[in-house]
Design a protein around this ligand. Sequence first.
Ligand code: ATP
Ligand code: MG
Length: 393
Amino acid sequence: MKYSTFLIKYAEIAIKGKNRYVFEDALMHRMKLALKQAEGDFAVSKAQGRVYVDCNSEYDYDEVIAALSRVFGINAICPVVKVEYEDFDKLSADVVDYVREEYPDSTATFKVFARRANKAFPVHSTEMNSELGGAILDACPGMRVDVHNPEIELNVEVRESIFIYSKQIKGPGGMPVGTNGKAMLLLSGGIDSPVAGYMVAKRGVKIDAVYFHAPPYTSERAKQKVIDLAKQVAKYTGTICLHVINFTDIQLAIYEKCPHEELTIIMRRYMMRIAEHIAKENECLGLITGESIGQVASQTMHSLAVTNEVCSLPVLRPLIGFDKQEIIEVSEKIGTFETSILPYEDCCTIFVAKHPVTKPNLKMIKRSEERLADCIDALVKTALDTDEVINVI
Ligand code: ATP
Ligand code: MG
């Protein structure tokens, strides 16, 4: 079937009131960016509360659907066949052709939904419904009308041309990226943090990211893995500005001077401090982590409270109540799982204590951190000064 247009349906809730145009413009902007990933010439426009993609050249259907399926804010994508109106007989023939081609030998039930957006059109919608329904019944003997619960909803919309569509491909939902500020994702090579970034971006938040690496304890391949994960997440969020921070000397100092069972928690506190510093410098309004209660020692309620204590920005933890299996399901859906499970080392796993504290005491942790007083400011400064910024597209 030759579709010349895609009609985009979006969440009604987000577009009510004065913000409607902000939402629509952001959605269109994101759609245009996404369509650059597909071969062809496309025009994105809005008219009468709808957003459309017009295909002005040859294109690959699957590529277009794949690109649009990654744009947050889209609830459904409807491939449209556009026909020109000459007279009603020709329209009936076009509609019948559409049904025959889309549903060959079908025995499905259907209902025609005619709409006249162009009120100058001479035939009323109720009349169109019955005339077109009759034409389909005559031409497709296996099909039946069911006005209450039809299997096929055949839309015929009269605009400057006539739009015929009946299929809806599910979009990702959510809100267009950019309608809700920006946040800094702490992105590791694991399964959780890419999913966390995806989930917050789905609510319209633009994402920057920071990765802490510890060469030579962590390899270039481990860093590349994080870049690859960012690339996959960026298919949904748009370009991600990834900050790569060399964390080695800070980790070594903690390792040397602090009690080993407190390593992870102190390390996490420095990660959060540094992430927040970069976040504030880059107009991010919050931090995002892939933490989930109880998953590991550093993610008990006690540990989360102690980690959180160093931050003044809100820390978004969208996976907080998820089980591992639920997180894995999302990571498979968004295409990060395969990369996440590659077996490269992470700085958290290298400097790990045999028996990490699960109920850290804030006062004790602060006292341990005092042992770093003579060196930590300079080490943090160097880490920030040597921030490697990669624009991941
Ligand atoms: P993930 O699967 O996201 O790595 P995890 O289950 O391994 O999470 P932790 O290692 O405790 O959990 O890390 C908790 C969170 O801290 C991560 O989800 C991530 O947001 C952040 N984080 C951990 N290590 C790093 C790192 N090297 N660089 C950036 N962020 C990190
Ligand atoms: Mg990890």
